[in-house]
Design a protein around this ligand. Structure first.
Ligand SMILES: Cc1ncc(COP(=O)(O)O)c(C=O)c1O
Length: 377
């Protein structure tokens, strides 16, 4: 075995021993109901979205060929960006290759080594990666604790020239909402900017317009993805004209990465059009999540995501395998995606489900997962 293979094998054996090994599984062609997808509105399978992608593929070809700053900025981008800005109520929007790239590029462009970043401790890995890349001093505040944020602003604000506060609008692994009015009020008191990642809010809360509309607030920068409720792929930043102009000049994940394929941008336009015009479809994921939480005796869901925290990686894997045998796909979520001892099933509800699916799923979860949950959880 070569030394690099030995290195990899040792790491993999350690993960296997801790029930933390991840494998890629094909999901096509199985007759199962998926309760862990982020396709909250089922738009990845929507005929209008697919037709838009097919037409753009035909007209413009398969790939964009270069970065948007070179010759990859095909005409569909302008339309998508104005539709996103309109939906979000911001002056401008800018589309990136993915939500991960949008966070990476925006955070590292807005903060540097002389600055301070304060982040909710459960912020998504790509926000943490952007914060690291920026070189700014970083501190984590307790999850959804605006008072702790305020205490940290009091303690650390003076060390940073500028200060950026990071949080998710809807937390991806817990489904709870950040208390944005309190977070923004604290930030304003200390001349700090707020960047929200609303990957799981778009299409689901605030009549589909996301967490800022839900709360009636205006974070300085709103990042999001087109790969979840919009049914397509890509990421975006919605903000003021000046911030977007700066990102066009400074966001390295935009400048040095190939533009999205035209068909993907066209699919996103179709997805965003549906989100903007069909509030009934946007209400469904939350309604199903709440129907589920009522049936299994959990607190009312706040978003399309309901966590069932089981503790050990093994218990999450066993529950996931049991549900699979019952015809439901629910991936086990294990550390480091979630903190240790909080391995879980992360359930996600979609407009593509039916009430009957949700009720059948709830009965199985109640009788086969929650009944067996250790009493300490
Ligand atoms: C909160 C959050 N932000 C960003 C992303 C990344 O978005 P994308 O899949 O478009 O890269 C995800 C998940 O994928 C997410 O859950």
């Amino acid at each position: 075995m070569t030394s690099i293979d030995k290195f990899a094998r040792l790491k993999l054996d350690a993960l296997q021993g801790a029930s933390l090994l991840r494998v890629l599984r094909e999901t096509e062609g199985q007759e199962q109901i998926n309760f862990c997808s982020n396709d909250y509105l089922g738009l990845s399978q929507d005929d209008r979205v697919k037709a838009a992608a097919a037409a753009a593929l035909d007209e413009y070809g398969a790939g964009a060929g270069s970065s948007r700053l070179v010759t990859g900025n095909h005409s569909l981008y302008g339309e998508l960006e104005s539709r996103i800005a309109e939906l979000k109520g911001t002056e401008r929007a800018l589309v990136f290759g993915s939500g991960y790239l949008a966070n990476l590029g925006a955070i590292a462009a807005l903060a540097g080594t002389a600055d301070l970043i304060l982040a909710d401790e459960l912020s998504h890995a790509c926000m943490m990666a952007g914060a690291k890349l920026s070189g700014a001093a970083m501190h984590l505040f307790r999850h959804n604790d605006a008072e702790h944020l305020r205490a940290q602003l009091e303690q650390y604000r003076a060390i940073g020239r500028n200060c950026l506060v990071l949080t998710e609008g809807v937390f991806s692994m817990d489904g709870d909402l950040a208390p944005l009015p309190d977070i923004i009020a604290a930030a304003r008191d200390y001349d700090a900017w707020v960047l929200t990642d609303d990957a799981h809010g778009l299409g689901v809360i605030g009549q589909g317009r996301g967490s800022a509309v839900h709360w009636g607030v205006a974070p300085d920068v709103q990042v999001g993805t087109l790969s979840k409720a919009a049914g397509s792929y890509g990421g975006y930043v919605a903000s003021s004209r000046s911030v977007i102009d700066l990102l066009i000049n400074r966001a390295r994940s935009l400048i040095y990465s190939t533009a999205l394929p035209p068909s993907v941008v066209a699919a996103s336009i179709a997805g965003i059009k549906i989100i903007a015009s069909d509030t009934a479809i946007c209400a469904k994921p939350l309604a199903y999540a709440q129907m589920f939480s009522a049936h299994v005796g959990l607190p009312p869901a706040q978003s399309a995501i309901v966590p069932l925290i089981l503790g050990s990686p093994d218990s999450a894997l066993v529950a996931s395998q049991m549900l699979e045998r019952e015809g439901f796909v629910v991936a086990a979520i294990r550390p480091p995606t979630v903190p240790s001892n909080t391995a879980r099933l992360r359930l996600a509800f979609s407009a593509a489900h039916s009430s009957a699916d949700v009720l059948r799923f709830a009965a199985v979860v109640r009788d086969r997962v929650l009944e067996n949950r250790p009493s300490t959880q």
